[in-house]
Ligand binder design. Structure first.
Ligand code: UT7
Length: 345
């Protein structure tokens, strides 16, 4: 067997970010509206999570619908009409079977391209982006559309105060194209991992092969997300801090080189703790959780789009992206923000 060290160096080909788009459903649920039906308060939600309002899809809108909208905008932003593959990061596919990505590809007019879902919880978008980058680096694909889209409202119990205030719906997407390693916009090495020991910390008990759907309703309903929030919170801070350090080191950056930390919008306290651990000041940590909530796999591309649209992400900044989610899973990567990238939101 050849040792990894004896292999040729990595190719100079890399995945470059050339398009960015996002989409949010129109309907919003404010803290005030939530408080009218839950045993909670707007102050508690604001102080403990940092969310003021979240967008929620209407019952006729599924994950593929939002993914198509975000995908269209990303392709328009990139000025491309075709891509070689589509990856959809989601934990809320339209159906258990088939996967949702082929539907999205079909509706985008991407005839017969390879298309598949990536399920890695809130880390799904960074996982999918890294797989797409590897497809590009290997020469398997030249251009790839990566979408993160979630209809969290479909799997959240509206009567559960420990999850209902947190999650929101939405979609974001990027187009990656083959470029030269090291040029602005190209993705650095990924640092990532998982720990299935904590699979039960965020999970939906029913609907998979372990347990078929039951007619139980209310707090015990098996079709909803069950979450041990404080366990998740602790691990999220620890793993995102560490994986951010690992991704920075793999890129040859010192942590102080990071101009912008794009961290999964799980809870404003989690983002602040990660930033604090890394020594990154608040102005270096764009956030949109106050107005979109935790959108799981859509969180990172939505934040990239919003921060670009409002000028918090600008050309030349060294950007580190880090995520953590159900599984547990975690992932981080780096890029220097490219010139001329317009986000269509
Ligand atoms: O995206 C990746 C997946 N998800 C996450 O990353 C979420 C991570 N976790 C969190 O964001 C936080 O853990 C929560 C926001 C879910 C909860 O905040 P916490 O500070 O960890 O609170 P806790 O679960 O430790 O609960 C503290 C208290 C409890 O009351 P007692 O036992 O101290 O009397 C809860 O019953 O807060 C209570 N509580 C609430 N009170 C008012 C829990 N939810 C609420 C609520 N309103 N909505």
């Amino acid at each position: 067997m050849t040792s990894p060290d004896a292999l040729p160096p990595p190719p100079s080909r890399a995945a470059r970010l050339i398009g960015l788009g996002s989409w949010l459903p129109l309907r919003q649920i404010t803290n005030t509206e939530l408080c009218s039906r839950l045993d909670t308060s707007a102050e508690w939600i604001q102080a403990r999570i940092g969310i003021t309002t979240r967008h929620v899809a209407d019952p006729a809108t599924a994950t593929s619908d939002m993914a198509v909208e975000a995908g269209l905008r990303a392709m328009k932003s990139a000025e491309v009409e075709h891509v070689d593959a589509l990856l959809l990061a989601t934990t809320t596919p339209d159906h258990p079977v088939p996967s949702t990505a082929p539907t999205v590809a079909h509706r985008l007019g991407l005839r017969q391209v390879p298309a598949f879902d990536v399920a890695a919880g809130c880390s799904g978008f960074v996982y999918a982006t890294s797989v797409a980058a590897a497809l590009i680096q290997s020469g398997t694909a030249h251009t790839v559309l990566v979408v993160g889209a979630e209809t969290m409202s479909a799997i959240i119990d509206p009567a559960d105060r420990s999850t209902a205030p947190i999650f929101g719906d939405g979609a974001g997407a990027v187009v990656l194209e083959a470029g030269r390693a090291g040029e602005p916009g190209t993705l650095g090495p990924v640092a990532w991992g998982s720990d299935g020991e904590h699979a039960g910390a965020i999970y939906v008990p029913e609907g998979g092969s372990r347990r078929s759907p039951s007619p139980v309703t209310g707090a015990e309903a098996g079709r909803y997300v069950h979450m041990q929030g404080n366990v998740v919170l602790r691990h999220a801070v620890r793993h995102m801090s560490q994986v951010a350090r690992d991704a920075a080191a793999a890129a040859g950056w010192a942590v102080r080189d990071i101009d912008r930390l794009i961290v999964h919008q799980a809870n404003a306290r989690i983002s602040a703790a990660v930033a604090d651990d890394l020594g990154i000041p608040p102005e270096g940590v764009p956030s949109n959780i106050a107005r979109v909530g935790n959108t799981s796999a859509a969180s990172i591309p939505l934040l990239l789009a919003h921060a670009t649209a409002d000028g918090r992400l600008t050309a030349g900044q060294r950007v580190l992206v880090a995520a953590f989610g159900a599984g547990f899973t975690w992932a981080a990567t780096t890029l220097v923000w490219p010139r001329g990238l317009q986000a269509l939101t």
